[in-house]
Design a protein around this ligand. Sequence first.
Ligand code: PLP
Length: 432
Amino acid sequence: MSTVPLTEPALREAEVLRLRADFPILQTGVNGHPLIYLDSGATSQRPLAVLDAERSFASTLNAAVHRGAHTLASEATIAFEDARTALAEFIGADEDEVVWTSNATEAVNLVAYSLSNASAGRGGPEADRLRLGPGDEIVTTEMEHHANLIPWQELAARTGATLHVIPLDDHGALRLDAAAELIGPRTRLVAVTHVSNVLGVINPVESLVAAAHEVGALVLLDACQSAPHLPLDVKALGVDFAVLSGHKMLGPTGIGALYGRRELLEVMPPFLTGGSMITTVTTTEAEYLPPPQRFEAGTQKVSQAVALAAAVRYLQEVGMPRIAAHEAELGARLVEGLSAIDGVRVLGGDIDLPRVGLASFDVAGIHSHDVGQFLDDTGIAVRVGHHCAQPLHRRLGVTSSTRASTYLYTTRDEVDAVIDGVARCIDFFRRA
Ligand code: PLP
C-alpha cells in the first residue's frame, strides 16, 4: 500500500484563503510587510481551534492526570487519554502504542536509552532480544536530522555496537544499493527519516523496512516531516517505532510522541524513572506500570496533548491526502522556480522522488544568513543554516543553505514571492 496517495484533488486557492483566516499570526505583519511564513518545517503556526483548546483546558479542566481522586483530575485524565486516542488514530496505531514525549528528540532518545538499559541487563530476560553489544550494528543515514543521528552515536558508544551510515549519492538521494549491503545479519536497528528536512523528498522507506525485517532488525521512522504533511499509517508501513513533534503539525511546543509496537514497548525498560510510572516501590526497587505509562514519568504535558489532539482533528477535517496534494504542488513550484534562477542550486532538486513543500537552496557567492536577512526585510520568514543536518550539507559540498517550507495555509503567491525575493536578493548583492 502506498503511504503517499496523491490522488485526491489539491486544496483550491479559495479554500487555502479560508483556512488562513483560522491562523491569527498569518494576519500579522513583519518589518512593514504582511508576514509570508515559509518556515513551517521548523515550526508550524496554530489555528484558533488549537489555541482555544489549550486555553479552554487550562481555564476549565487543569489538573494533574492519573493521580488525583477529585473530579477535575479524572476529567483531565479523560481529556489526556482522549488526546492519545486521537493521535493514535491519526497515525494508524492503537492508543497504548503511543507514548507522550516533549518532542521527537526525546522520543528518539527514549528508544536509544531504553535499548541501552536493556543492553545493561535492565528489563530482565524478556528484554534480551533488545540487547546490543559488540558485533551488533545500528544503521542510519547521511541525511538524518541530528536528532536521529547523535542518539545512535551515543548508543553505539555505550554498548560497543557499530554505527553504519547509508551514504547519499551526488544528488543527495539515499543510496539504496549501499543500504542493501549495509543492512545484514548483524543489523539490529535501522533508523531513517521518512521525509528529509533539507531536501523535502519522501524516502522509499518501504524497501528499507523490508530489508531490515528480513534480517530481524527493528526500524525507527523519523516522521517529523511526514506526519504533518502526508497521510501516515505506521502499521501499513510496518515500522517498529515512529517519532513526531506536535509543534510541526499545528500543535503546541513541548509535546511529541513515540509510536512503538505493543510487543516491543511491553518488554522495553524505561528511560526516565520517577513518579506516575510505577505500581509498587520499596526503598530498594520498583515495579513498573505497563506501557505507555511506564515511559511517562513525572507530571505530564496535559494541555499540550489536548491541544495537539485539536490540531489532529483540524488536519483530519481538511484531509491529509488533500494537504499532501497541495504541498506537492507547492514543492514542485518552489523547486522549479528557484532552480530557474541563475546562481541558485536547489539541494536535491533533481532527485526523482515525490516531495513535500520544502526546498533548501544555495545561492552562489551569498551566505544563507544574508539571503535570510534580505528576505526577512520584506516580511518573508525562511530558515537558514545547516538545519541540524551537517553531514548532509557536507556531502553536498555546502556549509549552509536557505530553506523555504510550506504548509496547508501557504498560497501559490507566497511561493512566488520567495522565488521573486531570491532573484531580487541576487540582484541586490551583485550590484552592491
Ligand atoms: N527530525 C526531523 C526530520 C526534524 O525536522 C526535526 C526538527 O526540525 C527533528 C527530528 C527534531 O524535532 P524536535 O526538535 O521537535 O525534537
